[in-house]
Design a protein around this ligand. Structure first.
Ligand SMILES: Cc1cc2nc3c(=O)[nH]c(=O)nc-3n(C[C@H](O)[C@H](O)[C@H](O)COP(=O)(O)OP(=O)(O)OC[C@H]3O[C@@H](n4cnc5c(N)ncnc54)[C@H](O)[C@@H]3O)c2cc1C
Length: 339
């Protein structure tokens, strides 16, 4: 029997994971033109939940979840693993495509050659091109939420920041939340999150006040705005189109769920692609989307006692296990799909 042909569209986090997970014995994999920008040079994402690390290690690449793991390390491991995969490339220019219930036909407008695929996995994040083509074949739910996020990558050259009190912490201030994370060696990310209007100047001024007495250097910064969350899924008569990651579901970035949901979706889709029954999958994620939409981002005020805990032996290991247990509860309904 010939292998099913799968086209993976998009070139971000989930496209990399799904390529690794789909069995080459069962599927012939195709990808669209290579990314213009290597994902490692892009700033997102930089916070990985314990569930993300646990399931990434279980299904995709081996990592020690108790050891400090940097974002670059994760992406370079994904890249390294992908080098061993035989994935055929489709140059996307000059192509158009038509979706049918059980197949997709791509045709080259220049030479009129057609190519047929069994599945189209949409990993194109917020890109609207495919969605516009599929308009009346998709169901879309929206939730309005406006959040501004400004991230700075900063080289910090003094010891205070190496202290456990400052490392990897969120501070809940009047106009914004500020999350400081050690990204690698002396590089820290400072992410300002607010539902008020904040701009880079304001955040830079704050950084200056916080760090000015010491040597620091802003390496790069990014501002992005989340105006609405969405959940998009195909109608029952379109089995050839499967969205994953941000292409299917985008939640308020303050919850920090993007990478985790994308990974869990990749695991489910890779295990069930050929069963062709995604009803339960879309139902569970729809209910999760509604649940998260109603949830307010929790505000933890760090008490002195909690700070002192940081000096306990095995603090980090215990903290990871504690978060893993709590987050598994949060994700329970979608985890049921794969566990
Ligand atoms: C600045 C920022 C910070 C973030 N921080 C975090 C975080 O700390 N933790 C977390 O869990 N989540 C975070 N997120 C969300 C997280 O990055 C996403 O949820 C996750 O990357 C989703 O993966 P994805 O593959 O669906 O989309 P992406 O990783 O965004 O990839 C989409 C890909 O599609 C490609 N594409 C777009 N249009 C087309 C097209 N027409 N044709 C072909 N390809 C196309 C793009 O080039 C891109 O490579 C952040 C997002 C941003 C923007």
């Amino acid at each position: 029997m010939s292998k099913k042909k799968v086209l993976i569209y998009g070139s971000g986090l989930t496209s990399r994971i799904i390529k690794i997970l789909l069995s080459e014995d069962q599927y012939e994999l195709y990808e669209t033109s290579p990314p213009k920008k290597n994902i490692q040079t892009v700033l997102h994402p930089h916070i990985f939940s314990s569930v993300f690390l646990r399931y990434l290690s279980k299904y995709v690449i081996k990592i020690n979840i108790f050891k400090k793991i940097f974002r670059e390390e994760i992406f370079s491991k994904l890249e390294k693993k992908l080098q061993n995969y035989k994935i055929k490339k489709i140059i996307f220019e000059n192509f158009d495509f038509k979706f049918f219930e059980n197949e997709i036909i791509f045709f080259n407008k220049k030479n009129k050659i057609n190519k047929r695929f069994d599945y189209f996995i949409d990993c194109s994040g917020g890109c609207k091109i495919i969605k516009e083509k599929l308009q009346n074949k998709l169901i879309t739910l929206y939730l309005s939420k406006s959040t501004t996020l400004i991230s700075f990558y900063v080289k910090v050259l003094f010891n205070l920041f190496k202290s456990k009190i400052f490392r990897n912490n969120t501070f809940f201030l009047k106009n914004f939340h500020l999350t400081i994370l050690n990204q690698k060696k002396d590089i820290y990310s400072f992410t300002f999150v607010s539902n008020k209007k904040i701009d880079k100047n304001l955040c830079e001024r704050f950084l200056f006040k916080l760090l000015s007495k010491n040597k620091y250097e802003i390496i790069k910064s990014i501002k992005w705005f989340h105006s609405k969350s969405h959940f998009i899924y195909p109608k029952k008569d379109l089995k050839s189109y499967i969205p994953i990651g941000d292409a299917m579901m985008k939640t308020d970035p303050r919850h920090g769920l993007g990478a985790t949901l994308g990974l869990l979706q990749c695991i489910f889709v890779s295990k069930n692609l050929d069963k062709q029954n995604f009803d339960d999958y879309f139902d569970k994620y729809k209910s999760f989307f509604n649940k998260i939409g109603k949830k307010k981002s929790k505000i933890f005020r760090r008490k002195k006692l909690k700070v002192l805990f940081r000096f306990m032996p095995f603090y980090n290991e215990l903290r990871i296990l504690y978060y893993l247990r709590n987050q598994k509860k949060l994700f329970s309904e979608v985890l049921e799909l794969i566990d």
